[in-house]
Structure formats: C-alpha cells, structure tokens
Design a protein around this ligand. Structure first.
Ligand SMILES: [Zn+2]
Length: 163
C-alpha cells in the first residue's frame, strides 16, 4: 500500500510541476508577443504564484531584465523582502550566471527549469554554479518539465528571426 501512495504522490507532484511550468510558458509567450527572446519565469510560495516575469531586455533597455530577475523583483515587492524564503522558481530555460547568482542570493528553495541552454546555462550546461563551495545557500534543482514546448518556442523564435 505504501508504494501505491508514494507513486500517486510522485505523479501528483509531477502534475503540479507541469501546471506551474505552463504558467512560466505563458510568460515566455508574452515575451515573444513583444519580440523579446521567449523566456518566462514564475515564483511560487505555498502553491501560489507571487511573482512572474518575462524577458524585457530590449523594451526596458536593460541587460539585467531577464525573466528570472523580473520575477524575483516582483516576488520581493510582494513579500516586501528581498529574501524569497520557501519559494520555488519555474523558468522555461536554464538560467545564466547572472540569474543563477540572483537565485542563490534570493535564497530560493527549488529551481525547476524546462530545457537546458547549451550556450549559457550556468546550472548544468556551461557550469555547475549551484555546486560552488563559496556559496552559502543551496538551491535544489530539477529540469525537463515541458522541455519540448519550452525549447521549441525559443528555436522557432530564432528561426523566424533568421528567415
Ligand atoms: Zn539570466
């Protein structure tokens, strides 16, 4: 019996991750609609979305306006605290170094990303940033949720740019 409950629990957990990643994907679509690289992120606390963001580098004239940073800033305003304790992030693409550092500094608990980014991903692709021993906070991570959809939206965006 115990095993059956464990399987149900794991399946439900997976469904929850997919549901939240779908919300992050909606943010990526928002970015696409304003001609920004389609990456989206949300921050969840106690099963509620408390911050969301999409890439806005061009529209906000800012090198730091990545989806993750925008979501972190909104969640901070919501909590009135720059430390996002017991919060999780869902993001459609593996974060870069800048965002990975912000995720650590914000004290996020879990990072879930959909698809690896082979050219700049700092978590598993070009670096294993979360494993650096100078960091004073450990962020757990998992990836692969809605991987195909989140990867396709980026690929198609760049194909359409070239075409
Ligand atoms: Zn970034």
């Amino acid at each position: 019996m115990g095993n059956i409950f464990l399987i149900i629990f794991v399946l439900e957990k997976h469904e929850i991750h997919l549901a939240f990643m779908r919300e992050a994907l909606k943010q990526a679509k928002l970015a696409k609609s304003i001609n920004e690289v389609p990456v989206g992120a949300i921050i969840v606390k106690n099963s509620k979305i408390i911050g969301s963001g999409h890439n806005q580098n061009i529209s906000s004239h800012s090198v730091s306006a990545h989806a993750e940073i925008n979501a972190i800033n909104k969640a901070g305003l919501f909590l009135k605290n720059y430390r996002l304790v017991e919060c999780d992030m869902y993001v459609t693409v593996e974060p870069c170094h800048m965002c990975a550092k912000a995720i650590v500094d914000a004290r996020l608990r879990n990072l879930y990303f959909a698809t690896p980014e082979p050219k700049s991903g700092a978590i598993i692709s070009v670096d294993s940033f979360f494993e650096k021993n100078f960091l004073n906070h450990v962020v757990n991570y998992e990836y692969g949720f809605l991987q195909e959809e989140c990867s396709n939206i980026i690929k198609n965006f760049f194909i359409s740019k070239r075409g």
